[in-house]
Design a protein around this ligand. Structure first.
Ligand SMILES: Nc1ncnc2c1ncn2[C@@H]1O[C@H](COP(=O)(O)OP(=O)(O)O)[C@@H](O)[C@H]1O
Ligand SMILES: [Mg+2]
Length: 285
């Protein structure tokens, strides 16, 4: 295994009866890296996380997490990872504080660390609230708090902001960037391309169980910027989108010489349009 690799997937495939859910997935994750698995519903994102974390067994290939084969994970590995998925595992009758302290005791984590995490996720003032009475966004923050209490080396997030309002999603993004800055590696699945663009160092575009593209969001957007276009706002608020060709370049140069250009932007594709170009399928579908 390559040095300094926290997670390495080699040629993982998964078949459910006759359905191929994952096809020959290979990738690796390093400290402080945020890796995004990007794909629409049914692409195989959750299946990938389940295989890596030992909740599901692959049909072929190998996953190694912190040096251990994922089919052979024990408690010593669970002490070093955190998982945020649909099944929140929060005790609704207990308060925010009680929920966290219970896990802190299991992990051997101090109450001081619980305080620190509570502040980090912005739940300090809700510590006495019953978990079942939290809003959706607050619940997700509690789930995140629980997942990072023991300072895991890898945090797995399965669509962490799905169904949250945009403002709460932004707060969660801030927390994730803080955790990344602390050196935590994050494996994130999402169908939200803006989230992936903002958070991920690298993204794997997943289509029908296959990685069809891999790279940094910027790299991919530039790679698929084959049909270069410019958006120009002229005096009199006339807005135009022009393809890059000799004729249009002369036009733009002419306007610039006459000082008639108020604003000019290049139109790189977004990850969403890259995904559409590569797969012919929209991410939100
Ligand atoms: N336990 C299962 N049994 C049979 N098929 C499954 C099971 N879990 C997932 N699948 C199938 O595998 C594919 C990938 O699912 P999943 O990993 O949940 O996708 P995603 O998380 O990207 O939405 C889907 O076609 C889904 O129906
Ligand atoms: Mg899923």
């Amino acid at each position: 295994m390559e040095q300094n690799v926290l997670l390495q997937l080699s040629h993982i495939s998964k078949r459910f009866k006759t359905d191929l859910a994952l096809v020959d997935i290979s990738m690796s994750l390093h400290p402080g890296e945020v890796l995004g698995f990007l794909g629409p519903s049914g692409a195989g994102k959750t299946t990938t996380i389940k295989i890596i974390t030992g909740q599901l067994r692959q049909t072929s290939g190998e996953a190694r997490i912190l040096g251990t084969d994922s089919t052979n994970i024990d408690a010593s590995i669970y002490e070093k990872i955190g998982v945020v998925s649909d099944n929140s595992g929060i005790y609704e009758k207990m308060t925010v504080w009680q929920n966290l302290v219970m896990f802190a005791q299991i992990w051997g984590v101090s109450n001081a660390r619980v305080e620190e995490v509570l502040r980090q996720v912005g739940l300090a003032k809700h510590r006495k609230k019953q978990a079942g009475k939290l809003s959706k966004g607050q619940t997700q923050r509690l789930v995140l708090a629980r997942a990072v209490l023991h300072k895991p080396k890898i945090l797995f997030l399965d669509e962490p902001t799905s169904g949250l309002d945009p403002a709460t999603a932004v707060e969660i993004h801030k927390m994730l960037l803080d955790l990344k800055a602390e050196g935590m590696a994050i494996f994130l699945t999402t169908h939200n391309m803006e989230e992936a663009t903002k958070l991920c160092d690298n993204v794997a575009l997943l289509h029908k169980g296959e990685i069809v593209e891999f790279g940094s969001p910027q790299e991919l957007c530039l790679k698929y910027n084959t049909n270069k276009r410019y958006q120009v706002l002229l005096d009199g608020n006339e807005e135009l989108v022009l393809e890059q060709n000799p004729e249009n370049i002369d036009k733009i140069a002419g306007w610039m010489r006459k000082n008639q250009v108020q604003r000019i932007h290049s139109c790189e594709p977004t990850l969403e349009s890259v995904f559409l170009q590569v797969t012919g399928k929209a991410l939100s579908a």
